[in-house]
Design a protein around this ligand. Structure first.
Ligand code: PGA
Length: 250
């Protein structure tokens, strides 16, 4: 199965109208990314600015979170339909920063994935283990539980509509990267888990790797059989680095 690679920038809580301008102008001018899907997940407030710059091109945009509710008295929250209003293609759910700083449970992540699907947005479901869990050889158990909770919410019939991102918590923003072999081992495991439930979904499923992906380590990661692209944090804030990483995925 030849899966089209996907590279997603995760700006996290970074940016300003003026900083974004340069980044977005640069991204929209990149005309050598065909054969690859590229997206940027920006802070909510900048979705309008991002859409304005990217709408005419091939790079899509996404949100970094979504409310588990549809509407109403949830001060400070943003719903799936609000994201859909800004034509986002993707929404991150289950990022380890949300899980650890905002106590998001596996079940909540599943509900958020379901809310995104209900408005036609593709959830990028992040899974990953901490260093302690890896050392205790709990990696597979942890990511299976994270995945199962999502499947329980969205239903087997929607498995083929997900993107997964394996992000070992110990590699996010730390400069430590999973080796290509470590990444491949987990990606293969994830695909096998999905294949047990739906073979067609497993073969088309895109599993991104995230965690300190940089221009100098991206190529080997992207060459692994079950790595279908990357979720790029820090390096997505630098236009040259991000475009270099994108090109290494083609
Ligand atoms: P990083 O972040 O590339 O800065 O490690 C990845 C992510 O958190 O999505």
């Amino acid at each position: 199965m030849n899966r089209k690679q996907l590279v997603v920038g995760n700006w996290k809580m970074n940016g300003s109208l003026s900083d974004n301008e340069a980044l977005l102008v640069g991204l929209s001018a990149a005309d050598d990314l065909s054969g690859l899907d590229v997206s940027v997940c920006v802070p909510y407030l900048y979705l309008a600015q991002t859409r304005e710059h990217l709408a005419a091109g091939n790079i899509s945009w996404g949100g970094q979170n979504v409310s588990e509710h549809d509407a109403g008295a949830y001060t400070g929250e943003i719903s799936g339909s609000m994201l859909a209003d800004f034509e986002v293609s993707f929404g991150l759910v289950g990022h380890s920063e949300r899980r650890s700083f905002y106590a998001e449970t596996n079940e909540l992540v599943g509900i958020k994935a379901r809310k995104l699907l209900s408005v036609g947005i593709t959830p990028i479901v992040c899974v990953g283990e901490t260093l302690k869990q890896r050392e205790a050889e709990e990696t597979f158990g942890i990511i299976s539980a994270q995945l199962e909770a999502v499947i329980e919410q969205i239903g087997l019939e929607n498995l083929g509509r997900l993107v997964l991102a394996y992000e070992p918590v110990w590699a996010i923003g730390t400069g430590l990267t999973a080796s290509p072999e470590q990444a491949q081992e987990v990606h293969e495991y994830l695909r096998e888990q999905v294949a047990l439930l739906d073979e067609a979904a497993a073969s088309s499923l895109r599993i991104l790797y995230g965690g300190s992906v940089k221009p100098d380590n991206a190529e080997k990661l992207f060459r692994q059989a079950d790595v279908d692209g990357g979720l790029i944090g820090g390096a997505s804030l630098n236009l040259i680095d991000f475009l270099t990483i994108c090109r290494l995925a083609i």
